[in-house]
Each structure stands twice: as C-alpha cells, then as structure tokens.
Design a protein around this ligand. Structure first.
Ligand code: NAD
Length: 500
C-alpha cells in the first residue's frame, strides 16, 4: 500500500440558503488519490473474496445503519444542498430501497450461468459470469447528492467492487458522511471518499481504476471521457437532460398539472430528469394551462418552503438567461417570469409561446421553470419531444394512446401517468442516450455495468470433427462444409425460393 501523501489545501462547503460555512474539506491531489485507490485495491480483493452472501450481509448492515441514522443525513443534506427536509428524506428512502435491491439481486444477476453451446460446439459446456472490475471510481453531482451517486455506489459494491467516490465540491460533507457510515456499519473502508474540485476528479480518472461512473453535465462528461481514453478506462456517463412531458386529450388534467409542477419545480428544478418542456394536445391546452397556473401559483421558493434555494450560484445566471431570452423571443410567463429570479431562490415559472429554438426549449435550465406548448396531435408532440440532443427521461399523460406514444420517445426512460416513477423502481435501468450519456445504473443492467463479462467454454468430450488443430484433414474440412450446409443451407435456399 502506498502511504497517502499529506494534503494541506482545503475548501469550504456552504449552505446555499444563507452562504454560511457547513464544513471544510481537503482538496485531495493526485498523490493522495493514488494512495486511496491503492488501499481500495486491497479492500476490493477482500470484498470479492467474501462472495455474494458475505457482501449481501454487509450491505444489508449498511442499509440498516442508514435507516437508523437517516435524520442525521437528512439534516446535513438540508444544510449542504439546501433541499427541504421532506425532499431529502425521500431521496434517502429511495437510495436505501436501491441498496436493498442491489444487495438482494446481485447473485441472481451476476453469478456464473450455463448457456447453450450450439450444435457445432455441442462437445463444449459454455458458461458466462459477470465479474467485478476491482476498484470503481464514482464522480458525483450535487443535485441529488445521495440518490444519484448511490445508483452507482450501491450497484458497484453489490457487484463486488471497492469504490472511491469523488462527490461534488458543493456537497463533499454528504460524500464523507456516506463513506463514514459504511465504515461504521461494515468495519472496512470498501467505500472511500476523495474531495476536491475537477482536478481531484481528473486524478481519479487517471488513477487506473477499473471503471469510472460519472454523473454531471455533458461538458464535464466529455472531459472525463477524454481523460479516461488515455488509459482505456471504461466509463458510464449519466449526463444532463431536457425532459419532455406529453399531455394527450384524454389525460387526467389535474394529475398531469400536478405532475408537471412537481416534475419541474421539485428540488428547485435541479433534477436531471425533471420536466422542462410540456407538449399539450390543442383540445385540452387551455384547461391544462389553467390547472397548471392554479397549482403553480400556490408554490413558493423560500427558507423553510416547499422549494429550496438554487444550490450552485452560477446556475442562477443560466436560469435568468433562459427566462429573459424566452420573453424576448415572444414568449410569455403565465407564472413567475424575469422577476422570479432572486439572489439565491428562484420562484416557479411557467412559460408559454416560446419558440422551439430558444434556450429555454433546447438547453438544460436546471431551475423551477417549464415551457408549455400546444400541439395538434400526438405525432407533433412526439416530434417536438424528440427534437433535442438530449434523451434522458420523459413522461406521457393520457389513456388510449399513452403506451403507443411512450414507445415512440427517444429517451432512456418514460413515466406514464406519473412523473419520475421509473427512478424509484429498482429493477428498472436508469440512463439516457445522446447528450444525456450512456450506460445504465439501477436494475440488472446497473449491476452488470460494474462488471466485465467472463466466458468459459469447457470441453466435455472430444469433438466428432476436430477443426481447431493442425491435424485437421481435407476430409474433416469437407465434412464441416457438408454439416454447415445441412444445418443452415436449406433454410437459406427455402428463404430464397419464397423470395425472402
Ligand atoms: P458537473 O459536471 O459540474 O460536475 C460533476 C462532477 O464532476 C463534480 O464532482 C465535479 O467536481 C467533477 N468534475 C469537474 N470537472 C472534472 C474533470 N475535469 N474531471 C473529472 N471530474 C470533474 O455537474 P454538476 O453541476 O455537479 O451536476 C449537474 C449536472 O448533472 C446536470 O447537468 C444534471 O442534469 C446532471 N445529472 C445527471 C444525472 C443523471 O443520472 N443523468 C443525475 C444527476 C445530475
């Protein structure tokens, strides 16, 4: 084990509602990160060695520890991230549910299983297993500082890896809390934390870990991928979104409006898969907008309110720019508007008549804002919903055509008659396409994401036709040709006769 180099530089995490210092944390440099990864390698071999049962037992111990200390974690999340207590508690609850699922399903999904060896290789016994990389590096964002990284951490641990977690510089205390709680529950630092800014994350990318699971903005995703390319370190990319909701003419409009405003404004709109655009069938557009306006007017972003502050101060300028630009392009704010943007808090804002080319429609806003657009039919709704470079989540409200509409959406996930429901179902994979990234957390795919596939072909008896040997004869080759023609040729000829 390499001794971790002393680190002297520090940084503060701040309460976004007040600007008060919540905690002071080290800025870990590359030498420190390398030391932590070395230690993680030792933990990884112990962790893999205790097998699925041993890991499950310890992950369940951690899960119980999290439940017992949930209030402490929720209070820290409220201070460091700014989100209301209830939202923080919901986030932790969902993370615990995922941890439970990952611990309970890892063996079933990943253990070695027999597969058919096929007719040509009938003398072989074939099997596949999904094995841990060793150490996985997790780089996280601040917006869901527990739920989001746990989507990688819990699944990577359950798959048999040790984890080195680099939390966002806005929520380092929450990351440290998670690693400390794991140590208290399990007794070994299989989950460790390094803190700092982009450079610390970059050092983790270059440290030789088996895989990097990144969650953050598409711009940083590109830098992480470029850094990982140097060492051919595989990456999982969970990036941003510009998610759309579609409301059909037969939708429950009260429920759709409720889902819209919650999906748009919960967590002060700082949700990767939050609702940022709504496309509504023209027959119900006015009624939907009335309903949405009514519901949105009752909400306020304020200390102790249902909406917290904007966690990252620089986001305020982006939100302001999107609203101002939308209004300048002929859009209207039916709730909120330019005045909704304060120094730390942004009030819910509903924008209508915003042209498709405006940043409020094309770029991730990450604030409690939403655009509402009238469409002729579901075809137009799907075309507009799919008309961005992102493809993370999506929502459909309706009855007769809801599933049909959902199936046409270019997105990693779709909720029908609910909002963000896919994120809470542990067996459903979570992730996107395009600018939203690639790879999956959650579910069986999320477990496999933190493994490499190992195939074994075991010879059970000598083959009737030995082809992988220099003792192969011309006669063997002729027999092989006849065999392949008998097995597969006829089907082809019949297919051709039928004009297929
Ligand atoms: P960000 O890209 O600014 O930072 C993410 C993390 O990357 C931080 O820990 C940061 O320190 C680190 N980082 C920065 N530069 C780096 C570098 N060069 N090398 C390695 N690491 C580096 O994102 P953010 O502002 O923390 O998070 C918000 C973004 O995350 C939004 O775009 C949101 O949509 C997205 N997000 C996506 C999901 C998802 O599951 N798809 C979930 C939550 C958030």
């Amino acid at each position: 084990m390499t001794a971790a180099a002393p680190t002297t530089a520090t940084f503060d995490s701040l309460d976004p509602a007040t600007g008060e210092v919540v905690g002071t944390h080290p800025v870990h440099d590359a030498a420190h990160v390398a030391g932590v990864v070395d230690r993680a390698r030792i933990e990884a071999s112990w962790w893999e060695g205790i097998g699925f049962d041993g890991r499950k037992e310890r992950l369940i111990a951690w899960q119980k520890h999290l439940v017992q200390h949930m209030d402490e974690l929720v209070a820290l999340m409220h201070r460091e991230n700014g989100k209301p207590y209830g939202d923080a508690a919901l986030e932790v609850t969902l993370a615990i549910d995922h941890l439970h699922w990952a611990a309970g399903h890892a063996e079933k999904v990943l253990r070695r299983r027999r597969v058919s060896s096929g007719l040509l290789m009938a003398n072989q016994s074939a099997s596949v297993a999904y094995r841990p990389f060793g150490v996985v590096g997790v780089i996280g964002p601040w917006n869901y500082p527990v739920f989001t990284p746990m989507g990688s951490i819990a699944y990577a641990l359950a798959a048999g890896n040790a984890v080195v977690f680099k939390p966002s510089e806005y929520t380092p205390g929450i990351g440290e809390w998670l690693a400390r709680s794991f140590l208290e529950a399990v007794g070994r630092p299989v989950l460790q934390v390094v803190t700092g800014f982009g450079e610390t994350g970059g050092a983790l990318c270059a440290s030789g870990v088996g895989k990097i699971a990144f969650t953050g903005s598409p711009g940083t995703a590109r830098r992480v991928m470029a850094a990982c390319a140097e060492t051919l370190t595989p990456v999982l990319m969970e990036a941003g979104g510009k998610d759309a909701m579609i409301v059909d003419e037969d939708a429950d409009l009260t429920a759709a409006a409720d889902a819209t405003i919650w999906g748009a404004a919960a967590n002060a709109g700082q949700t990767c898969a939050g609702v940022e655009r709504v496309y509504v069938h023209e027959r119900v557009y006015d009624r939907f907008l009335d309903e949405l306006t009514e519901q949105a007017k009752g909400l306020a972003a304020e200390p102790g309110g249902q909406l917290g502050p904007i966690t990252m101060p620089s986001q305020i300028d982006i939100i302001r720019r999107h609203i101002d630009h939308a209004i300048a392009c002929g859009g209207r704010a039916v709730v909120g508007g330019p005045d909704a943007v304060g120094d730390r808090f942004v009030q819910p804002t509903v924008l209508v008549d915003v042209p498709d080319s405006c940043p409020a429609v094309t770029e991730e806003t990450f604030g409690p804002t939403v655009t509402v657009t009238k469409v002729r039919d579901m075809q137009e709704a799907v075309a507009k919903a799919n008309g961005t470079t992102y493809g993370l989540g999506s929502t459909v409200f309706g009855k007769a055509r809801a599933v049909e509409t959902a199936q046409q959406l270019r997105a990693g996930m779709t909720a029908i008659n609910g909002v963000l429901s896919f994120a809470g179902v542990p067996s459903l994979p979570f992730g996107g396409i395009g600018e939203s990234g690639f790879g999956r957390i959650h579910g069986p795919d999320g477990l496999k994401e933190f493994t490499y596939t190992h195939a074994i072909a075991r010879q059970r008896f000598k083959p009737a036709l030995a082809l992988t040997t220099f003792r192969r004869t011309a006669k063997d080759e002729e027999r092989a040709g006849k065999l392949v023609a008998a097995l597969y040729g006829r089907e082809g000829r019949e297919g051709r006769r039928k004009g297929r």
